[in-house]
Design a protein around this ligand. Structure first.
Ligand SMILES: Cc1cc2nc3c(=O)[nH]c(=O)nc-3n(C[C@H](O)[C@H](O)[C@H](O)COP(=O)(O)OP(=O)(O)OC[C@H]3O[C@@H](n4cnc5c(N)ncnc54)[C@H](O)[C@@H]3O)c2cc1C
Length: 413
């Protein structure tokens, strides 16, 4: 039977990022990353759910984490900087904006964040993994799991052959609706928002000047995020939240009619929209695992928390979790020295210390992502009034703006 100190099941954004952080903070540990899809040709697009046609807004705090890993120069090459965030409510003139120049405490390298297409992020992470001792095992489906002290024993199927892998820490990173959680008897609480996120890339007539738009409309919240120019075209990533059913009528419209409808709903703040790409839609739920740590087990990414995407917080929260987990294990290794080899990274005290460190940020971020969409989707006069008050607070008070910017950037004061 093969053995490893840490087995990460799922090589999406969460699993791949954690593998990099673990080798950085705990180089003595052996780490195995198991992914059911092929990841061999890193210069070709990766056929993994994480690395599809979406784009991800990476907040300033997360850019800092990637920078420690030495990934900032390659990220910068593929990403568009966010210099300003404009939050506005369709039909009302009041809006608020955050500027990288003004919100220095919530900025990284003069930007509030950066937007990268997931199809570019995947190969970048896997290229970085190639330069580490992480053992990446692709085409590998993890099936049965048995808890065996000091960790877990996994059944791994690869090319029709089954093998066993003993690990001291099992990291569950197999995504939303995690089959591994189900096998381990870890329950999940779910709220169905009865909404879909319609996602596409749009072509703009004029430069977006690094502005990310968060726009609250009658049909639901929208985000238009700056993307790097391609083939001479100014581009932006659209995330349009629609009530269930609404997305299917939009998705069947011819391109010109879709653009007209989008322009009517979004308005003209980003100028004329001239093209759209293929439309994709994602059902929206809030899904939270009831336990994130057990002896020998930790959950990260969508298997731990799957959030509403409008505030662009899901991956950013995950990256902060992964950074904290890797640092907690690294600290314990440094403190315990040779004793650590005995207790190992799956020790319950250690995982509970990680969980205590993360609880506050998780509660704040999950609350932020959960409360904002209904507040901004509501048409009632009372909520509309509250919303305007909130925007007024953001527009007029530096303290309110700073707190909002730091929360959005994932930077704790
Ligand atoms: C529309 C949309 C827009 C978003 N925009 C943003 C944004 O702007 N900013 C932000 O911070 N976040 C954003 N997010 C959130 C972000 O996409 C998620 O945080 C991210 O996808 C987390 O991925 P994951 O690795 O946890 O899960 P997944 O991507 O689902 O990866 C799980 C992996 O596990 C593998 N796997 C599953 N089962 C097994 C098994 N048994 N054996 C081996 N491998 C297995 C799968 O093949 C897969 O590769 C957005 C989400 C959505 C839906």
């Amino acid at each position: 039977m093969q053995t490893t100190d840490v087995a990460i099941v799922g090589g999406g954004m969460a699993g791949a990022s954690l593998a990099l952080l673990l080798t950085h903070h705990c180089p003595q540990l052996s780490v195995t990353l198991l992914e059911r899809q092929p990841v061999g040709g890193v210069d070709a697009p990766l056929n993994l759910p994480s690395f599809d046609t979406r784009a991800t807004a990476i907040a300033a705090g997360s850019l800092g984490i990637f920078s420690q890993l030495g990934l900032w120069p390659s990220l910068r090459e593929f990403a568009a900087p966010i210099r300003q965030v404009q939050v506005s409510d369709r039909g009302h003139s009041l809006g608020a904006s955050l500027d990288a120049g003004r919100e220095k405490a919530a900025s990284f390298d003069g930007m509030l964040g950066a937007v990268i297409e997931n199809a570019a992020l995947g190969p970048l992470l896997y290229r970085a993994l190639k330069n580490t001792p992480v053992q990446v095992v692709d085409n590998a489906e993890v099936g049965a799991v048995a808890m065996r002290a000091p960790g877990a024993e996994l059944e791994v199927s690869r090319a029709g052959k089954a093998a066993r892998l003993q690990t001291r820490l099992l990291v569950v990173a197999d995504g939303a609706g995690s089959a591994l959680c189900e096998r381990l008897g870890i329950a999940t609480s779910k709220v169905d928002y009865q909404q879909q996120a319609l996602v596409t890339t749009v072509g703009l007539q004029k430069d977006h000047r690094g502005i990310a738009f968060e726009r609250f409309t009658e049909t639901g919240p929208m985000a238009l995020l700056p993307l790097p120019k391609r083939a001479g075209m100014h581009r932006a990533a659209l995330v349009w939240t629609c009530e269930n059913g609404g997305h299917s009528s939009l998705a069947t419209l011819p391109e010109t009619e879709f653009i007209q409808q989008l322009q009517r709903t979004f308005g003209w703040r980003a100028g004329r929209i001239i093209r759209t790409g293929k439309l994709h839609h994602y059902p929206l739920t809030l899904s939270l695992a009831r336990e994130q740590v057990r002896r020998g087990v930790v959950l990260v990414g969508n298997s731990a928390h799957f959030l509403h995407p409008v505030a662009g917080q899901g991956f950013n929260l995950t990256l902060r979790d992964c950074d904290s987990l890797a640092r907690t294990i690294g600290r314990a290794m440094a403190e315990k020295g040779p004793d650590f080899a005995h207790s190992g990274p799956g020790e319950l005290d250690l995982l509970e210390a990680y969980w205590r460190e993360r609880q506050h940020d998780q509660q704040l971020t999950i609350g932020f992502s959960d409360k904002i969409p209904p507040l901004f989707a509501s048409r009632s006069l009372l909520t509309s009034g509250l919303r305007q008050l909130g925007l007024l607070g953001l527009a007029l008070t530096p303290a309110g703006r700073g707190a909002f910017a730091r929360q959005a950037a994932g930077i704790t004061p």
